[in-house]
Design a protein around this ligand. Sequence first.
Ligand code: ADP
Ligand code: MG
Length: 395
Amino acid sequence: MHKKTINDVDLKGKTVLVRVDFNVPLENGRITDATRISAALPTIKALSGSKLILCSHLGRPEGKRNPEESLAPCAVRLAELLGKDVPFIDDCIGDKVAAAVANMKAGDVILLENTRFYPGEESKDKEQMLAFAKELAAPAEAFVNDAFGSSHRKHASVYGVTQFLSPCVAGLLVEKEVSMLQKLYNSPQDGFIVVLGGKKVKDKIGVIKSLLPRCEKMLIGGAMTYSFFKAKGYEIGSSYCPEGSETLAQEVMDAMKDHLDKMILPQDVNMQNVAGDHSTKYAAPTAIEPGWDAQDIGPETAKMYADLVRAAKTVFWNGPMGHFEVKPFDQGTLEVAKAMGECPGFNVIGGGDSVAAVTQMHLEDKIDHVSTGGGASLEYLENGSLPGVDALDEK
Ligand code: ADP
Ligand code: MG
């Protein structure tokens, strides 16, 4: 990586602001998956000679204090994982933070309250964003970005604070994520298979445009399939296709017409009679009927995709192949996940729901890299860079 990391600077004894990604799923104040907290441990442990002020966002409080989106449970969990006290400060700027920092010794770790409780965090008004960033940076001397999942955002705690602190370096998670995605981005076209599913065509346009010319084949699945089918003039019945997204699909196909032979759409689907008895049946793309909702790729497509994935030299997968939370529409996703696990090539998964599918099958150890950031990994593969990484010190 061409950016400095915590291994390139001496932060011993320094007060360091560390942006982590503790945006964990919560149910009634309980953390249901602490993967993101665990992912920050290597950096926190490596900086055990510093005074660490950890900050993060959680959820979408949109600039207002919302107790349901407090980071307090994360301090408790982090303390358990580290085996030491992690005081929680119920603010992220101002006197409370200053007082807590004044009492810190080297080796101490504190966690601040949700940065998104202040509108400055996500503000599009640069002055407002920077004013908040300045307050956030005030008690610290140096900055470490270890929040890979937020590094595609030009937010105060990721991007803004780099204007007020020096050095600004990458944490170990950011370093690992970026080096894996860099390797993927620069993979030779030969044997590079991209699998794209999920719902929102809108979110995937950039990555389609960027990766289609770089890969050997792009396998499309998931709900976004039906935007492409509709654009091609097929009947899609009640299948998922938000208003106007067929136009987006058509625009992508027009822009990519020189590479379109590499984009593979499903050959069969599994659809449900949602207007009637809720029975399911397989159908060709041109045989979807009104009142039926196509919710998964069919068995022929699943086999074809799995064979291509298994034989690939490089695979990137984002987004489930179907409505995998509901049986039997999990089949396509499970088959692709299994093939990923069996593929000896270099394989990377990005995106919350595809990660969930692979974890559900206990295949995560068989994957070279499971990204902690869905949006961030897509944006990296779109542009080959991320604002929150670009803002760090050059090596
Ligand atoms: P990711 O988080 O992996 O990037 P998205 O957020 O874009 O993926 O979409 C994931 C969601 O799309 C899942 O909840 C999944 O059930 C749903 N989904 C995928 N295919 C279909 C389909 N054919 N019909 C309905 N929902 C689908
Ligand atoms: Mg999702």
